[in-house]
Design a protein around this ligand. Structure first.
Ligand SMILES: [Zn+2]
Ligand SMILES: [Zn+2]
Length: 95
């Protein structure tokens, strides 16, 4: 299965989800969380931060997201959580 980066304007494709997330965290500009101001890697890790550190209501308020966008992101998180080796990603990012 191929994974696409998914960040606007970037069509990079990777063989595994870990490479995709490492790519997002290293090749893309870090983003400031609109809820708490923490600077987080773009892409999956930004979404993960928003949904694990903040409530859905906070996310909707800060990002002006529709309920469909929230559902899409939650589905994406679940899908990636199932397959991603977060330890491998963390190790890779510490280098
Ligand atoms: Zn990308
Ligand atoms: Zn935050």
């Amino acid at each position: 299965m191929a994974w696409e980066c998914g960040i606007d304007g970037c069509n990079a494709v990777f063989e595994d989800v870990e490479s995709t997330i490492v790519h997002q965290a290293t090749e893309h500009t870090r983003q400031e969380c609109k809820v708490c101001g923490t600077v987080v890697p773009d892409g999956y890790l930004a979404i993960r931060h928003a949904f694990t550190e903040h409530s859905r209501a906070e996310y909707v308020r800060a990002y002006g997201a529709s309920s469909e966008e929230v559902r899409n992101r939650e589905a994406l998180l679940e899908e990636i959580d199932d397959v991603a080796d977060m330890e491998a990603i963390a190790t890779e990012l510490k280098r």
